[in-house]
Design a protein around this ligand. Structure first.
Ligand code: MLT
Length: 414
């Protein structure tokens, strides 16, 4: 008999943002006249910047045989022109020791965050923040790892749990003696955080790196939102921490940095020093494994896409993408100011495109209220995990006119 992968029955039948899209579509169908403002999924609204567009036009000419040369299959790890630019601008210019051959270009951070778990044994133990970007959890559950340790991210810890969370005594069975550390092999960290918008200091990230190096653990660091950091001193990369080359893999994305949510491009950094262990306890470098995985299952992001991504690293591209992010940050600042004036407690919105709003009640109910009464789409915190209940996430990605209109509507219904 043909058996399905029953792990799929352990996850919700619909992905969070697909569920929200269904609800919004149903509301629009029932109220065709409603002008819905979407502040739910973090999808960009501003166009690609001129430097990127120009580079992509030139790349189209190349592919049409009118330019430099015709490109067919590219290197699965990414073209050297892009990997060199990434290594220089994102890392070496910031004093971080990452080389071009440690960067593997892909079609986005979501795919890489989801696929990376294929490198590890079925019984490795995973820890994630709660609330959390659902991809880390769902992809591990699909692979049979459903005993996941949740690290509560709450107002009490400024939404940044530390490794001490793994030994916090949360027993409810009256157990005595010192609490046993929760057995965890891999921790997923995301800062600036999705969904809470919180940022982690270097000292906070260093604690995780020290924990990982002292205990042969691994950090999977999602830095998809690093370009939104404006506060000096907040790390843009886990590799700003001492020793992180030995214990961390980092995911980066052009989606929010440069408006590539539809174009699709990202990259994963796997330093040559980062290892996991075989059954005999021998260290196995992860870079050759990830390279093998990508070269087998992936044919590389398109040449046109990678030319566009490389243009982000030109002086014009840097200035133009920064200006677009500043625009979104100003959207966030305006919404945060309005919500604070309405008496809400809000995290994020400064170094992140997300506002995390304490709604002091059921988050799906609050989501429905804003959808039905204000035609404004948000994301209910409960969709990101149990500790997200009581919050909604508001995205800063929209036009200024829509953001101002959303603020007026919120003022009327809240
Ligand atoms: C989000 O809204 O959380 C993100 O846009 C989802 C993603 O990047 O896949």
């Amino acid at each position: 008999m043909l058996h399905v992968n029953e792990n799929y029955s352990k996850i919700k039948p619909t992905y969070l943002f697909a569920e929200i899209a269904h609800r919004v579509a149903a509301h629009q169908a029932a109220h065709p006249e409603a002008k819905i403002i979407r502040l739910g999924i973090g999808d960009v609204t501003e166009p690609l910047c001129p430097a990127v567009i120009e580079a992509m036009h030139k790349a189209v000419d190349d592919e049409a045989g009118k330019g430099e040369k015709f490109y067919g299959y590219g290197p699965e790890q990414g073209y050297a022109f892009l990997r060199d630019a990434i290594a220089k601008v994102d890392f070496q210019d910031r004093g971080i020791d990452i080389k071009a051959d440690e960067i593997l270009v892909s079609d986005g951070a979501k795919c890489d965050c989801g696929n990376i778990q294929e490198l590890f044994a079925g019984d490795v133990r995973i820890a994630v923040g709660d609330p959390v970007y659902p991809v880390y959890v769902d992809t591990n559950v699909m692979a049979g790892r459903d005993d996941i340790t949740l690290l509560p991210c709450t107002a009490a810890n400024n939404f940044v749990p530390g490794p001490e969370t793994l030994t916090t005594d949360d027993r409810t069975d009256g157990g005595s003696g010192a609490p046993e550390p929760r057995p965890v092999d891999i921790v997923y960290l995301c800062y600036p955080n999705n969904p809470t918008g919180a940022v982690a200091t270097k000292a906070e990230l260093q604690k995780w790196v020290d924990w990982a190096n002292a205990n042969q653990k691994l950090i999977l660091f999602d830095a998809a939102y690093e370009a939104f950091i404006r506060t000096p001193g907040i790390p843009h990369s886990i590799y700003e921490c001492e020793g992180a080359r030995k214990c961390a893999i980092e995911f980066r994305s052009f989606s929010k940095t440069a408006g590539f949510t539809g174009i699709r491009c990202g990259y994963t950094v796997v330093p040559s020093d980062v290892v996991a262990y075989d059954a005999a306890g021998n260290a196995v470098p992860l870079k050759p494994m990830w390279t093998r995985r990508q070269t087998t299952k992936f044919n590389g992001a398109s040449y046109i896409t990678q030319r566009g991504a490389a243009a982000v690293y030109t002086p014009e591209g840097q200035a133009q993408t920064r200006a677009t992010i500043d625009f979104y940050l100003e959207n966030g600042r305006l919404m945060k100011e309005a919500l604070l004036a309405l008496g809400y407690t809000v995290t994020g919105g400064g170094d992140s495109p997300y506002l995390w709003v304490n709604v002091k009640g059921d988050s799906w109910e609050f989501f429905d209220k804003l959808l039905k009464e204000a035609n404004v789409v948000t994301t209910p915190g409960a969709g990101f995990g149990k500790a997200g209940e009581g919050y909604i996430r508001i995205s800063s990605f929209n036009s200024r006119a829509n953001v101002l209109e959303a603020i007026e509507r919120l003022k009327k219904v809240l």
